[in-house]
Design a protein around this ligand. Structure first.
Ligand code: PHE
Length: 350
């Protein structure tokens, strides 16, 4: 090939390569171009080889020309590569940017179940009166649930509570009163105990659930009197429902207390008037103006005998209340089953 033709070829190759380099839109394309023009079999390399075949006198000038072209193309490739890298980096910064001025999405926080809240509130009040917490098993021996509480096997009081039997001797406890026996069996007076927990009865409707919660309380010492029971429970009612809430004690019967009482409070919904502002009769107190909240009494001497306390020396009071009932009254809920449906629309209101 003639010197002139080679010169022209170098110029053509350079022009074509420059055009393609400027047009490359990605770093990886530049590498292809480098191979195509400057690689071992690249167009410019081919030309350099042909220069080697020229007469010696022509070689230096053309060699210089070709090498200078190669240097310029390398410089262009490097420059274009740098430009593309910067552009790609800027685009990445754009697309991965986080707008830290946007409001965050807070994780949704749960809270305690309304029954747990009520239970804790009840326990707190008695804690303040000097009672301490003791717990007992939910699967209980017949002896603790009934026998030692002065409810023998053929006693009609057993029908009052629809018991879930596990076996002849083992039941799901029907109340928290067996904790009285368990605590008295292993400790001596003075005792001021509060005992929250689950209890079970075979019963289910709008106001009964097969599992519900009770809080048991009892106080045993020398000289404990009915007036101590009344004062303690009145204080509880006033702290739990408000200082203005009326309280009354009605005679009742439990085999493990004598005398026994049921405690009512003035109806929270109608304020004791038995009528709602609309004129309609109050459903909560069944138009009596009062609602029962707990059972109580002076511990029966027969119970002291079962735990070998001297009934001549010690007296005591005991009471037991249903936590769901207290929560329903406090929150104005009329169906106990709402507590156990776990419908978040209900639970979130507490
Ligand atoms: N255990 C009784 C019940 O479940 C409540 C109670 C407890 C009554 C203590 C008197 C004394 O109904």
């Amino acid at each position: 090939m003639s010197v002139e033709a080679l010169k022209q070829q170098i110029a053509d190759v350079e022009a074509e390569a420059r055009r393609l380099i400027e047009g490359a839109s990605e770093g990886s394309l530049l590498e292809d171009l480098r191979v195509r023009y400057l690689g071992r079999r690249g167009a410019l390399t081919q030309i350099l080889r042909e220069i080697g075949a020229l007469p010696p006198a022509d070689r230096p000038a053309l060699g210089q020309l070709a090498n200078a072209c190669k240097a310029r193309l390398e410089a262009r490739l490097a420059e274009r590569g740098e430009t593309l890298r910067r552009r790609e980096f800027a685009a990445r910064l754009q697309s991965e940017a986080a707008d830290i001025t946007l409001p965050g999405t807070a994780p949704t926080l749960g809270h305690l179940h309304p029954i747990t809240q009520t239970l804790q509130e009840i326990v707190e009040i008695f804690h303040g009166l000097g009672f301490i917490v003791a717990e007992g098993p939910e699967v209980e021996l017949d002896f603790y649930n009934f026998e030692a509480l002065n409810i023998p096997r053929d006693h009609p009081a057993r029908d009052m509570q629809d018991t879930f039997y596990v076996s002849d001797e083992v039941v799901l406890r029907t109340h928290t009163s067996p904790v009285q026996i368990r605590v008295m069996e292993r400790t001596r007076p003075p005792l001021r105990i509060i005992s929250p927990g689950k209890v079970y009865r075979c019963d289910a409707d709008i106001s009964h659930a097969p599992m519900f919660h009770q809080v048991e309380g009892f106080y045993v010492d020398e000289g404990v009197r009915m007036s101590d029971l009344k004062g303690t429970l009145e204080t509880f009612v006033h702290q739990c429902f408000g200082a203005e809430t009326g309280v009354r004690f009605r005679p009742s019967f439990f085999p493990f207390t004598e005398p026994s009482a049921e405690v009512d409070i003035r109806c929270i919904l109608c304020g004791g008037s038995a009528r709602l502002p609309s004129g309609e009769g109050c459903r909560v107190c069944k138009q009596s103006g009062w609602v029962e909240i707990l059972g109580a009494g002076m511990i029966n001497p027969a119970v002291f005998e079962a735990v070998r306390y001297d009934p001549e020396r010690y007296t005591g009071f005991a009471f037991g209340m249903g936590v769901e009932r207290i929560a329903m009254l406090k929150c104005g809920i009329d169906d106990i089953r709402l507590f156990f449906d776990n419908d978040l629309r209900f639970l979130k209101q507490f």
